[in-house]
Design a binder for this molecule. Structure first.
Ligand code: ADP
Length: 447
């Protein structure tokens, strides 16, 4: 091992050792060994100092491919290492350039408009679709804050959010002679940058409105014949008094036609909620205590039948601002669900008040069947039922929570659902931005 190392040193520093041996021999032969050794050491030292100076200069002003005086002398390994590092850097930066080029080619080929923003939300790059959509100019617009070009308030607010939102936003944009609907989505990209994708969703919106129109038309068309059928069934039923078998059939037919009537009514209501704007002048201050008492009064027959009662926990007079009929319908749906999806005798609790953040909450709590976690997020979909049989037996249409969702959308409110299987559920509505309509002290109740 030692011999191996010795051999390596001799091999690498052969010229140095030869120089020393040569000076030693010359000095010995001429009887000036000491002088010649001092001289040769001085030469070696000076060479080292000069080489070090050249090496520092070479590193400071490094140019790829340029050799130094130091190279090939005592610092040769050191120099090769620097060159190797530089080569690695060169190949990784060319890999990055290639990736960057590929990304831009990919984005350019994408049908969506794509824009890259720097950390100050200035345009760094855009693809040709974005150029067409927003008439970006390659020369002037790169480096311009995007909000100087796209000034829609919804977009400006979205872009200026402190944190990049996980949800897209939608806004209208004037494109030539038409107004189109755009969905925009921002995702973090690279270091402090972000990537925006804009999608023209006008065609989807049109399709959606055709679908809504279709449902509304079908529902209206079905309503009249169904009313006629129900009328004749009532007549036939009263004619068949005394005939037990026939009465049973007529009752069943009437039940089913009433159910169909309810489904059609709910479908018409949902389409109306979806396709019309709430009329601001019709909004009013709604006393939560009063509206809840009215609902409980209307539910009296069913509550008596099921031996259930509804307790209002809050005693405060709290008001929300909205459309009475719609709020009534949303509350009614939550309360009837709480009653229907609990075993008889189990009571329901209603509470309302202010949350710590100043919103108004309205909660309907039951101790009934409860819902599994995985079902909760689908509950507000049309016709989604956890247990179809149970829903039908209760006379459900599968549209109640969709109506609640639509009503809340029109009232800047949201629905929170907490539930545990076999323990019960708590459906809470949060009314935001009610500060202007507040009529009772904030301290009334806190969540
Ligand atoms: P439905 O007319 O079937 O009640 P909804 O849209 O009102 O339709 O509710 C959808 C489904 O959500 C119901 O079928 C039921 O399975 C479930 N659900 C709603 N409210 C409750 C509740 N309080 N407890 C348990 N399940 C509920």
């Amino acid at each position: 091992m030692i011999l191996k190392i010795l051999f390596k040193i001799i091999k690498e520093k052969a010229y140095l050792i030869s120089f020393l041996i040569f000076s030693g021999v010359v000095g010995y032969l001429n009887d000036i060994l000491f002088e010649i050794l001092v001289f040769s050491q001085t030469v070696i030292l000076l060479t080292y100092i000069y080489t070090e100076y050249k090496l520092k200069d070479w590193i400071r002003n490094y140019k790829r491919g340029e050799k130094t005086y130091a190279y090939g002398f005592i610092y040769d390994e050191f120099c090769s290492l620097i060159e190797q590092l530089d080569e690695d850097k060169k190949s990784s930066s060319s890999k990055f350039e290639l990736l960057n080029k590929r990304f831009k080619e990919l984005s350019a080929a994408m049908p969506d408009s794509t824009v890259i923003l720097d950390k100050n939300k200035k345009i760094e790059w855009f693809n040709s679709e974005a150029q067409k959509l927003f008439k970006f100019n390659k020369v002037y617009d790169e480096g311009t804050p995007i909000t100087h070009i796209i000034r829609n308030p919804i977009f400006v607010e979205y872009i200026n959010l402190a944190e990049i939102s996980k949800e897209p936003v939608y806004f209208k944009h004037d494109k030539k002679d038409e107004v189109i609907s755009i969905q925009v989505f921002e995702v973090p990209f690279g270091k402090d940058m972000s990537l925006l994708t804009f999608r023209d969703i006008s065609a989807f919106e049109k399709l959606d409105s055709v679908r809504s129109d279709f449902i509304a038309n079908v529902s209206h068309e079905l309503k009249t014949p169904l009313t006629v059928i129900s009328g004749y069934l009532e007549m036939l039923k009263s004619d068949s008094v005394g005939k037990e078998e026939s009465q049973k059939f007529y009752n069943e037919m009437l039940d089913q036609s009433l159910r169909m009537n309810r489904i059609i009514g709910d479908l018409i209501l949902i389409t109306n909620l979806q396709t019309t704007k709430p009329i601001e002048s019709k909004k009013e201050k709604i006393n939560l205590n009063k509206i809840t008492s009215e609902i409980i009064y209307d539910l009296k027959p069913i509550l008596t039948k099921r031996k259930q009662s509804i307790n209002i926990i809050s005693k405060a007079d709290i008001f929300v601002y909205g459309l009475y009929k719609e709020i009534y319908s949303a509350f009614m749906n939550l309360i009837t669900n709480a009653v229907h999806y609990s075993a008889p005798n189990l009571n329901v609790e209603i509470d309302f008040g202010y949350t710590n953040s100043g919103s108004i909450y309205y909660s309907v709590k039951d101790y009934g069947f409860g819902i599994e976690d995985k079902e909760i997020e689908r509950l507000t979909e049309r016709f989604y039922r956890v247990d179809k049989g149970r829903s039908r037996n209760q006379g459900g249409t599968g549209l109640g929570l969709s109506i609640v969702k639509q009503v809340l959308n029109r009232h800047d409110a949201e629905l929170n659902i907490e539930s545990k299987l076999d323990e019960g559920s708590n459906f809470t509505i949060l009314f935001n931005n009610q500060a202007n309509y507040k009529n009772s002290p904030k301290s009334a109740s806190n969540i």
